[in-house]
Design a protein around this ligand. Structure first.
Ligand SMILES: [Zn+2]
Length: 544
């Protein structure tokens, strides 16, 4: 019996993004079983980088990026903003590797090409979408329903899918990321640790580690903290808010700090681009003099000059408690890392946060109300500032020994719930339960498209008929693409977006839309393209 071939579609596993780390941890454990042949199709993967980090991987590596200097490749790569996620290399990779199973763990719009590939009958697909809000768009649900198994990042996401489409989606449970318990661990002497960072050892510090993005509610967090200070003059003297975040980025931090009236109570992490020193400070603009080397090269971290994960552990260990103040989260890893460092966690009682904050025995923050988001149709939560201010005061008033007990409970719970050994076993069991699909060496199945659409069909029936008889893709009859096409026929219009893909209009890359008229003839033209694409790939498969 040959080994199953597993292809992971994600981001290069030598990078340090959340997707990369998960992929590397799980693939390493699958590799250690010796049961599979493994490969990754790596977004942002670059075989021509001088460090050649891909060479250290013990599995096959297919880069999505063209090599440096490959002019024609880059020209093609840049034609479509979605290519960077892997769609333009997927079929060629399949022909070389012949996967039995394809795995993916990203947002719907990054991975939906796996559903509409002409090679879909040849592999099983296990998917873990980032369900970060409810309700999930019904077009995403159609895609999830076409996967052979679906994991979620959190139990909360699992419940959302179960409620909306539990009868149609093959739900496998939640497979959350593990956390690095060796790196994120409580320091023995928090006071001495504070002093080493130049912080007051007797201060009370409530901190957060969130990228400066729209859904991270920095303005509201600062408002809530200002409210806490006003209502608790006895604690105000020695309590600080610590924001480990990036700038420049989504929120205009200087204005938020200036307008808050509490600039002297908010700390930030600065990192020196000259000597690498890292130090906390009150806000000193986007760039300031480095405390170590004196050069004006100290900046807030951003995606280009981030801080290492060891530094992150040091920053977290300077806090007394941690807060995640976001309107929604796909997961929210820093909550788990904070808990591992022995910090009690506060978090908005919505989306994955509602699950994580309970698992690490933290304190959910009430939702004041929900906002409906036009782009996705999902609800986003607004945490209740008064509730957070009240809960924070209650916690900080507890005797230090009681606060320490909460921290220890958080640490223990995080170790118990977020463990990659356990998570990798879930993937392994799901892979082993899948039957082998069609043989990659079977004769090509070319389709001859039907010429005319029968009269008397509704729009939806016309699309379904066309999927089978024009496109030759019965597997896509209930797909996102078919639903989308029926919708466009009902509207008489189709959106044209900058990424220029008919099949995917839900990416954030396509938010600014113009519309073209759309009729059945246009629909059949698109279906014919699907047929031609499939026939072309089938011919290549046979030639190989
Ligand atoms: Zn410096």
């Amino acid at each position: 019996l040959r080994k199953k071939r597993i292809l992971w579609c994600g981001e290069a596993s030598y990078l340090s993004t959340g997707y990369s780390v998960y992929q590397k941890e799980v693939l390493s454990r699958l590799h250690a079983t010796g049961k599979y042949e493994l490969a990754e199709l790596a977004a942002f993967g670059d075989i021509s980088e001088p460090a050649q980090r891909w060479r250290t991987l013990p599995w096959k590596f297919y880069p999505v990026q063209p090599a440096r200097g490959d002019r024609a490749g880059w020209e093609q790569y840049n034609q479509n903003a979605l290519y960077r996620f892997g769609s333009w290399r997927f079929e060629a990779t399949c022909l070389d590797f012949h996967p039995d199973v394809v795995l993916s763990i990203r947002d719907f719009w990054m991975d939906e090409f796996i559903e509409r590939s002409p090679f879909r009958p040849f592999y099983s697909w296990l998917l873990m979408p980032t369900v970060d809000a409810a309700p999930q768009n019904r077009q995403w649900l159609a895609t999830y329903a076409n996967a052979d198994g679906v994991f979620t990042y959190s139990d909360w996401g699992l419940e959302v899918l179960r409620e909306q489409a539990g009868d149609r989606i093959r739900l496998l449970g939640s497979a959350p990321p593990g956390a690095d318990a060796a790196l994120f661990t409580p320091v023995q002497d928090r006071k001495a640790h504070r002093e080493s960072l130049g912080l007051d050892p007797d201060a009370l510090i409530v901190g957060t580690v969130m990228r400066n993005q729209r859904r991270k509610l920095y303005p509201d967090l600062i408002d809530a903290f200002a409210l806490f200070l006003r209502e608790n003059p006895d604690l105000a003297q020695r309590t600080y808010l610590y924001l480990h975040t990036s700038y420049p980025d989504a929120w205009h931090i200087p204005e938020l700090v200036r307008d808050s009236g509490i600039a002297h109570k908010i700390l930030f992490t600065y990192i020196c681009r000259a000597c690498g020193a890292v130090f906390p400070s009150f806000f000193r603009d986007g760039r300031t003099a480095c405390l170590a080397c004196g050069q004006a090269k100290a900046c807030l971290p951003n995606t280009h000059h981030g801080v290492g994960r060891d530094v992150l552990a040091k920053v977290l260990n300077a806090f007394d408690c941690y807060v995640q103040y976001a309107n929604s989260e796909g997961f929210g890893m820093p909550q788990v890392e904070a808990a591992l460092c022995g910090l009690p966690v506060f978090a908005t009682d919505y989306s994955a946060m509602a699950d994580v904050v309970r698992k690490v025995k933290g304190f959910p923050i009430k939702v004041e109300r929900f906002l409906h988001e036009a782009e996705t149709g999902c609800r986003r939560a607004l945490p209740d500032n008064r509730d957070f201010a009240r809960q924070l005061a209650g916690f900080l008033r507890l005797p230090a020994s009681v606060r320490a007990k909460h921290g220890f409970a958080a640490h223990r719970a995080a170790r118990q719930h977020y463990d990659y050994d356990h998570t990798a076993k879930l993937w392994e069991a799901a892979i082993d339960a899948l039957p082998l699909r069609e043989d990659w060496n079977s004769p090509p199945r070319l389709h001859r498209p039907a010429a005319a659409v029968p009269a008397g069909l509704t729009d939806e029936e016309a699309v379904q008929w066309g999927m089978v008889h024009v496109a030759g893709r019965p597997d896509l009859v209930n797909s996102y693409t078919a639903l989308r096409m029926a919708r466009d026929l009902a509207l008489d219009m189709t959106p044209v977006n900058p990424s220029a893909v008919y099949f995917n209009d839900l990416s954030t890359l396509g938010l600014e839309q113009t519309w073209l008229s759309f009729n059945r003839q246009n629909a059949m033209t698109e279906l014919l393209k699907l047929c031609e694409e499939k026939n072309a790939w089938e011919r290549r498969r046979a030639a190989l």
